[in-house]
Structure formats: C-alpha cells, structure tokens
Design a protein around this ligand. Structure first.
Ligand SMILES: [Cu+2]
Length: 146
C-alpha cells in the first residue's frame, strides 16, 4: 500500500514535468502605440516597450499584422549627419533586458493600412521569435505618446 502510493506520487510528478517545461518564459510587449500621421499618409511608425524577463536571450526575426500591407522593424541611425532608417533583420532582447521602441530610435514601420484607422483603434502586432514562438502586442493609434 505504502509502495503503491509512492509509485503513484512519482508518476504524478513525472506527468507534471512536461507541463512545467512547456510554460516557457515569454517576453512582453507593452505600452504599444502607433503615431497617427498628420495627413492621410500611408506610412506610420509604431512604438512599444519590449521586456525580456527570462534567463535567456530572445531574438525577434519578423513583425506582422493584418492591419497593414507591409510591416518591418526599423533602426534609426545618424549617418554623415543625416538621420536614416534601415530594416533590421533581427532584434535581440538580452536576458533581463528592456528594449524601447521609441521616436528617433527603433520602431515599427507600418505601410499601407488595409482599412482606415481612427484614433483609439487597436492594432495587434505579431513578433515572430527565432525559436518559433510568437510575441503579440497591442498598439493603439494615438497622436501623442502615452
Ligand atoms: Cu522607419
């Protein structure tokens, strides 16, 4: 009887292990917003705070959304005194790091909205991670930073 309970306990523990392992640590995208352009321009920039509270680095390899025809992650750099934007193919979030996507720096470049967007509208952005997982963030259309 005593032995059976021990076996049962071990079986339960073994069964619980994979469940714990699949609950892997996930980075978070918060305070997401998209700057509403002053005129009816088809290009908008999105910003958010990306936090990786995990023990290992995570790399974002792509961004996409149903709301825009084209979505990419841009870095802004000053080259020869001129501010230029470039697509970044991979964005690493080191373990424990907080990376800001903010005006003048790293941002989402959103081109050609599929439907007209109004202030307050929320757009869901999917960030594809190198490990195959997807980090989803909500971005609100605003005229100023939150
Ligand atoms: Cu850009």
């Amino acid at each position: 009887m005593r032995m059976n309970r021990l076996v049962l306990l071990l079986l339960l523990m073994a069964a619980a292990l994979p469940a714990v392992a699949s609950e892997a640590c996930m980075p978070v995208a918060s305070d997401g917003w998209i700057r509403k352009p002053p005129a009816n321009l088809p290009v908008m920039a999105g910003y958010a705070t990306l936090e990786n509270p995990c023990d290992t680095a995570v790399t974002i390899v792509a961004a996409s959304t149903d709301a825009f025809a084209d979505t990419s992650i841009h870095v802004t750099r000053i080259e020869d005194g001129v501010s230029r934007m470039r697509v970044t193919p991979a964005l690493e979030l080191p373990a424990g790091a907080t990376v800001g996507m903010e005006p003048g720096g790293l941002h989402l470049m959103l081109v050609n909205p599929k439907a007209p967007l109004q202030l307050g509208d929320k757009v869901s952005i999917a960030f594809a991670l190198e490990d195959g997982r997807t980090l989803t963030g909500e971005f609100e259309l605003r005229s100023t930073a939150p």
